[in-house]
Ligand binder design. Sequence first.
Ligand code: ADE
Length: 274
Amino acid sequence: MRVDVVTIFGEYLAPLSLSLIGRARAQGLLDLRVHDLREHTRDRHRTVDDTPYGGGAGLLMKPEPWGEALDAVLADPPPADDGRGPVLLVPSPAGEVFTQAAAVELAAEPWLAFACGRYEGIDARVAEHYRARGVRVREVSLGDYVLNGGEVAVLVVVEAVARLLPGVVGNAASLAEESHAAEHDGLLEHPAYTKPASWRGLDVPAVLSSGDHGAVARWRREEALRRTARRRPDLLARLDPARCSGADLRVLAEEGFAPDGAGGFGPAAPAVAH
Ligand code: ADE
């Protein structure tokens, strides 16, 4: 996979040389190229920002350096490009929330490009222009909070995507078992334990050492359902009741959830007292 990142803070991306992602780059599984936006300015001060039309606090990134920088990226496609060009990702708190499902989609692409905004973001015409040229532009947010710029989002998205590429994570089966995995119905992962069996008075649940694989699987499913109901009830709205056993439905009912009639689960209506 080829990844181009345009930023004014290339040093921010240094962690992408470490650990599994660094190894993937060394092995040629990931070709990550960082480009300095300021190389595409024309004035003596290498200016990338200016005040917003309409007033307001803060500075916006000017469109001209972005146009030149992104044109240069688009003009140098990787051999694997299928003619569609990259997916252009623009980190922004105003974007769609980045999820595991999006990571899976992006991992199937041969080419991603990132435009890292700083300050109050990038002049809106930049995304509009590249969309009009047929580039698949996606504004993505890490969550409902504001960062100083898009670089941290690039670290997050590249790590989430690259670890799904074949050969990057040793044990592919471990990917399917994680929290948010589709194979897990998008539930949070169950709690996990390793040796010793007893630590500071806390024992590992006995079922996990029972050798009964069916019982272990049922316990894990129940814990995943309970955890999700307690911590992330929003995820249950996307849990398909058709994929739930009678035992699943009982656990969810104990946690106060019932099928919502819209393809997921929601808070159960309180029982009417007679
Ligand atoms: N840039 C600033 N805040 C951000 C967020 N929450 N997600 C992605 N990029 C951002």
